[in-house]
Design a protein around this ligand. Structure first.
Ligand code: EPU
Length: 415
């Protein structure tokens, strides 16, 4: 699928099931390498990043078996350290997690260049900091990253900035190291806790000692286990925003409402009705919502991965909104595409100012995953048809996006 035609139908209404979390599934799949036996991982989202990760695991010698639509059994017993850099890692940001897993399992390994969405530079200095602190040598070349260590020893590490990826690598490399590792300034995202939950069920000894502190006591062996990945809070938030932008009523099922509280609080503030059940959230927009101020922050702040979708919503609102991006300062490339629809957006440094109004259908090119979702939302809320190109980005992180938008009544035709 490379192109979509979106024919706006007015308010989106209905209910969609939420798939497993991409950003939990990827580290958990990679962590299966650290066990001495097979793991059965359920609720995996049917997205390209998961397929790629499973392919990399298979190429490393893991036995990968599909049990049902969303469940895979991964047996790492016969896995071995890669001899050359795995080229598939270049298509995936989460491939950086193989560094921690390789160190914990083989004491060495290498990956190709790290892929993922382009936000104008994605440094890995904090990954290197934590891996080196545990005793690894990290070599970054033009072609990728290589790691090795004689022995990994527990230690204390204070991150200079909160990083999801560096926290994952810290956990993966420390889980089988000798002694205790303490990570200060660690990320607090629910997907980090999901990784911890999986590893602990395998026999690891990891606990959160405070919102941003994680203590890991190394263990010698870990068995595999059966584990189900948490629901995707970003996917859930995306459909709620689509409902709000089209003045509709959308219910997402199978989500933890606490995970998307930063979004639902904003939607209420903007004039939407929000109803939270134990495992579902509904949003109803009685008319155009009102502009507001958004500022992205690490969890439990407003997630950067809902920032583009929120900007699309602000384009449809009454009044002016501002969006300050504190995580990826250059995550505004998609605003040029929104302007093709007549959006009134100006970007200065890390802040976009959006004057709400009427959008008209246009031809747009998707620059990255969440931007793709944002452009689709804007197209559903516009007057007239839109054509969206390079939509493969969306398949990287959203399971059956076209089908689920269809459940809400949207007319989205793949070409
Ligand atoms: N950073 C550093 N040095 C590092 C690592 C990060 O300075 O060594 C900075 C980054 O430049 C950024 C901030 O720290 O300013 C946060 O980066 P983080 O490491 O947390 O991001 P990531 O691990 O590369 C994951 C998600 C992203 C999500 C961010 C922030 C995965 C596979 N990716 O990326 O998800 O935006 O955390 O929440 O989990 C997406 O799903 O669309 C996506 C981009």
């Amino acid at each position: 699928m490379n192109e979509l035609i979106i024919h706006p139908v007015g308010a989106l209404r209905g209910s969609v099931p939420v798939s497993g979390s991409k950003n939990a599934a990827l580290p958990i799949l990679i962590a299966t390498l650290l066990c001495d036996g097979p793991s059965v991982i359920g609720n995996l989202p049917g997205i390209r990043d998961v397929t790629l990760t499973l392919r990399i695991l298979a190429r490393l010698g893991c036995t990968v078996e599909q049990m049902d639509d969303t469940t895979y059994r991964i047996d790492p017993t016969h896995a071995s350290a890669p001899i050359s850099a795995e080229p598939l890692t270049e298509r995936l940001r989460a491939s950086a997690y193989f560094l921690g897993a390789f160190l914990g399992r083989f004491g060495r390994g290498r990956i190709g260049r790290i892929g993922g969405c382009d936000f104008g530079g994605r440094p890995i200095d904090q990954h290197i900091k934590v891996l080196s602190a545990l005793g690894a040598t990290v070599l970054v070349t033009e072609d990728g990253v290589e790691v090795c260590s004689e022995e990994l020893k527990g230690t204390s590490v204070s991150f200079d900035t909160v990083s999801v990826g560096a926290t994952v690598n810290g956990i993966l490399s420390a889980v089988r190291a000798s002694g205790e590792t303490v990570l200060y300034g660690a990320a607090a995202e629910p997907h980090i806790d999901d990784l911890i939950g999986y590893l602990n069920r395998c026999g690891a000894n990891i606990r959160r000692a405070g919102q941003n502190e994680i203590r890991i006591r190394g263990v010698r062996r870990m068995r595999g286990c059966s584990y189900s990945v948490i629901p995707d809070m970003i996917e859930a938030g995306t459909y709620l925003i689509a409902g709000a932008a089209t003045q509709g009523a959308v219910r997402v099922r199978g989500v933890n409402p606490a995970h998307i509280a930063p979004l639902t609080r904003k939607l209420k503030e903007m004039g939407a009705d929000v109803d939270e059940e134990e495992q579902a959230v509904s949003v109803f927009a009685p008319g155009r919502l009102y502009g507001t101020r958004i500022e992205t922050q690490p969890y439990p702040g407003f997630p950067t991965d809902l920032q583009p979708q929120m900007t699309a919503l602000l384009c449809t609102c009454i009044g002016t909104g501002t969006v300050r991006e504190n995580i990826w300062r250059h995550r505004f490339r998609y605003t040029e595409e929104l302007r093709r629809m007549g959006a009134n957006i100006s970007v200065r440094e890390d802040t976009a100012t959006v004057v709400g109004g009427v959008l008209t259908g246009a031809e747009m090119t998707v620059p990255d995953l969440r931007a793709g979702a944002a452009l689709l939302i804007a197209a559903c809320a516009a007057r007239g048809d839109s054509h969206l190109y390079d939509v493969g980005w969306i398949e990287r992180g959203y399971e059956d996006f076209v089908g689920k938008m269809g459940m809400l009544g949207a007319s989205v035709t793949p070409i």
